[in-house]
Write a protein that binds this ligand. Structure first.
Ligand SMILES: [Zn+2]
Length: 142
């Protein structure tokens, strides 16, 4: 299955190398329509404690860029997770979890679980469509 490429490879390569850039990108996509606090609905925020997180100026609730996205609570670098997501969703590469494990220096089971998370998400969103934008996948709540 080939997905609509809406993040060019040249840009994606920058994300593969840099977790803060990846986080910023996810935050930009996530809050494209503006920040809305999930707890109280307020729309003003300041920077949070971690890179690209935002903190509500009313109730002080902080939300990370990855909260309620496909990258929620992952325990390995976000740029590596983005690499797997991009390969699966955009490039249509069918690397095994063993390949990812070798390429990224991660535990094979970690790669397997994250890859499954993506493919589950694709099945959920792609059942009635041939193409799924990677942004749809990135912002799918997990
Ligand atoms: Zn709030």
């Amino acid at each position: 299955m080939i997905f609509k490429e809406d993040i060019p490879l040249e840009l994606a390569k920058e994300f593969f190398e840099d977790s803060e850039k990846t986080l910023k990108f996810i935050a930009d996509v996530k809050w494209k329509e503006g920040f809305v606090c999930r707890k109280c609905g307020h729309t003003n925020y300041c920077e949070g404690k971690t890179p690209s997180s935002r903190r509500c100026t009313r109730c002080k609730k902080e939300e990370s860029a990855t909260a309620n996205t496909l990258f929620h609570n992952i325990k390995f670098p976000i740029n590596k997770a983005f690499y797997i997501a991009y390969n699966v969703c955009v490039l249509g590469n069918d690397f095994s979890s063993y390949n990812y494990s070798d390429q990224l220096g991660l535990n094979q089971m970690t790669c397997w679980k994250f890859r499954k998370r993506i493919t589950d998400c694709i099945v959920k969103h792609g059942a009635d469509k041939k193409k799924v934008a990677i942004k749809t996948i990135l912002l799918s709540e997990y």
